[in-house]
Design a protein around this ligand. Structure first.
Ligand SMILES: [Zn+2]
Ligand SMILES: [Zn+2]
Length: 346
């Protein structure tokens, strides 16, 4: 439902951005479906590219007119985690969270979903959430850097630190998983095995660097991955599908002393049976990866550079574009897994 709301002008340390494009991420759909709870009414959308229209006091990294990507990673720069570069775990307190920048015309608060609320013409966010990008970059491609790309590529580069020559399996090759595929290919992985239930997504995975594809509806994917790795299993397994079955499958296709990286976030309260004795004996590592352990100010400019030099694919990720007034149609398209990324364009 598209409605008029009131949005705060940026206060100290905040930035207002006119949204040019906002991708639809599976996390938006999970929130819309209530998988993680949360207050209503809310505005979702957290994969934004746009142009800065106003800045609050003390903001120096951007000025009105700067082209930026807006991420959900709000970081204070001063807490225990920020000082260690683990900004996705920032525990700082923010005035913008306390007051809430969005209200209905009658004054009732509207939740700023995922700290962005990007399915809107404008957003007001903390300055740590904006990263300048090269002027003239297509916004519908740039916006994907805010979530899908940093989450998928970052899981490979930052969380797992996949070395050249590794064997990599990726379960679920939607917007995030395809980026783990291309991250693994860019890291020089020897094998990049894409696993999904959709042949069309697996076809896309080949374009993004998969050396092998396995349809897990038609084949025992764990056996297939072992068959491709001399019976051992993959060195690194990335699970972008947020389901318990996908996590069990990931554990089953990981080699001894390999790493299983949980990228897709399952619904609150979901558990998976794990044999801890087997886990210890096998020396297998299970790693959680929030937003690709991204450090936006360092990682996004590096990704922009790789895009501009033709090594990182972004344009190919955008398979549908909708105006804001057709957002329900756009969300249906994304929720049914059609194409790779659906983007709202302004
Ligand atoms: Zn997302
Ligand atoms: Zn912090």
């Amino acid at each position: 439902m598209v409605e008029e709301v009131d949005l705060d002008e940026p206060a100290e340390g905040e930035v207002m951005v006119r949204v040019s494009a906002c991708g639809i991420c599976h996390s938006d759909i999970s929130f819309i479906e209530g998988a993680w709870g949360g207050a209503l009414p809310a505005v979702y959308g957290h994969e934004v590219a746009g142009v800065v229209t106003a800045v609050g006091g003390g903001v120096e990294k951007v000025k009105p007119g700067s082209e930026v990507v807006v991420t959900l990673v709000r970081s204070c720069g001063q807490c225990f985690y920020c000082l260690r570069g683990e900004v996705t775990q920032c525990e700082g307190k923010f005035a913008i969270d306390e007051r809430g920048p969005i209200r209905l015309p009658d004054g009732r608060p509207v939740k700023q979903g995922l700290r962005v609320a990007g399915f809107a013409e404008y957003v007001t966010v903390h300055a740590s959430q904006v990263v300048p990008v090269a002027p003239g970059m297509p916004p519908e491609s740039a916006c994907l850097l805010a979530c899908a790309v940093v989450t998928g590529v970052g899981a490979v580069r930052n969380t797992a630190q996949v070395p050249a020559g590794a064997s990599v399996a990726v379960i679920g090759v939607g917007g995030v998983g395809l980026n783990s595929v291309q991250g693994a290919a860019l890291a020089g992985a020897r094998q990049v095995i894409a696993v999904d239930i959709s042949d069309s997504r697996l076809e896309s995975a080949r374009l993004f660097g998969a050396t092998h594809v396995v349809n897990s509806k038609q084949h025992d994917a764990a056996e297939a991955v072992k068959g491709l790795t001399e019976g051992r299993g993959a060195d690194y397994t990335f699970i972008s599908a947020g389901s318990p079955a996908a996590i069990e499958l990931g554990l089953a296709m990981s080699r001894r002393a390999g790493a299983v990286v949980i990228v897709g976030i399952t619904a609150t309260g979901v558990t998976v049976p794990v044999d801890p004795g087997e886990l210890a004996d096998s020396g297998r590592r299970v790693l959680g990866s929030k937003m690709g352990s991204v450090h936006p100010d360092a990682d996004i400019p590096a990704l922009v550079e790789q895009y501009r030099s033709g090594r990182l694919k972004l344009d190919e990720l955008v398979t549908a574009r909708f105006p804001l007034d057709r957002i329900n149609e756009a969300i249906d398209t994304a929720a049914h897994g059609q194409g790779i990324r659906t983007v709202i364009v302004f």
